[in-house]
Design a protein around this ligand. Sequence first.
Ligand SMILES: Nc1ncnc2c1ncn2[C@@H]1O[C@H](COP(=O)(O)OP(=O)(O)O)[C@@H](O)[C@H]1O
Ligand SMILES: [Mg+2]
Length: 449
Amino acid sequence: MRLSRYFLPVMKETPADAQIASHRLMLRAGMIKQASAGIYSWLPLGYKVLKNIERIVHEEQIAAGHIPMLMPTLQPADLWRESGRYDAYGPEMLRIRDRQDRDMLYGPTNEEMITDIFRSHVSSYRDLPLTLYHIQWKFRDEVRPRFGVMRGREFYMKDGYNFDLTYEDAMHAYDRHMVSYLRSYERMGLRAIPMRADSGPIGGEDTHEFLVLADTGESEVFYDSTILDMKLGDRGIDYYDRAGLRNICETWTTPYARTDETHDQSLFEKIPEDRRRESRGIEVGQIFYFGTKYSAAMGATVAGPDGAKVPVHMGSHGIGVSRLVGALIEANHDEKGIIWPEGVTPFHVGIVNLRQGDGDCDAACERLLEATTALGLEPLYDDRNERAGAKFATMDLIGLPWRITVGPRGLKEGKVELTSRRTGESEEMSPEAAIDRIAQIYGIGHTPE
Ligand SMILES: Nc1ncnc2c1ncn2[C@@H]1O[C@H](COP(=O)(O)OP(=O)(O)O)[C@@H](O)[C@H]1O
Ligand SMILES: [Mg+2]
């Protein structure tokens, strides 16, 4: 992509109404444009990041054996009357009436609709276990939408639903979700800590929230610092190995980690003092086992091995895909702008031409553009007639992790400069060496031992 032909409406001024870094930077970097309170258009750069996050979520869900599908944003109110949530949900639900005078709503979540699909098509335990999910826009008419995409009214969420015959099978689904979520966050370059959450008025169910540490988070969190050393890494995970999965989940949930809602000071004080941490966090996901709550209310039953009909055990599991864009920026920025982790960056590498119009510089940039594209990478070439300072400022603002700078002086010695956005360190090398390095960073043409 050439910047001269792209749509990147960056802003020089700091938007006055944006209170936190991610909101300010998303506006300044031309990633989003507010359409109305808590409702945003995703401009090309923001859209790319959103899609990258979505892709990682899809890949990890599919790897865990979960099946993608798509349900509509608009739902009939009758389904929600069956579960009793139509009245219970309150003013956060956007209610709509269509021309036939039917009560509709813009879905804030999909338990009712998925349960309806399930009961229409599944009647035997032989079709279980089953986990279906989709990534779809949701609407919740929040009282106080704020912080840009972090607390929107319209937001993009992955929500998955498991259907199982027994509690034990549902716990296996729970564990698959916990591990696939941890993997997804890790691939995005984020550390999200699973924390025991409040299961609400019913109690007895299992639920964990995943929190990214950030000063601007809405939740207060308390945790044992040993959890910061934990990593899933690249190891292969066998999602059908129940004991192995349980083991991983136990390792991740043993150190103390809770939000203010479930915090227990006396338990917390049992941790050595130097390991106790109190900070704030952003909720980027939640997994929930809720048993037969919806299946019993809506008649989602299967015939068990003995022929008797039983309501299925269910859980629902969400990842805040659009919120993650903001959370990633909260965790990865400096005073100059965003610093994308390689896993989600909108472009893999920026190419900056210091003297646009100079024959050698232009030709060298074109070659870099071609070579990186041929490797399957997406470069962003700043080919505008701008001063070096302006080009660097744009690159720093939009946060591409790597930049190749091409200037007449370096080229005379056959060199370009490769700069890391995160460390600010630059190294001179031949264009070929720079391409090799970039390819290696993104794991292209590199076979692991
Ligand atoms: N208003 C919102 N704006 C952006 N993302 C949201 C919003 N509400 C929820 N999410 C994301 O969707 C995920 C699943 O939602 P859920 O747990 O049902 O929400 P909540 O915890 O607000 O009840 C949350 O972990 C969060 O990441
Ligand atoms: Mg939640």
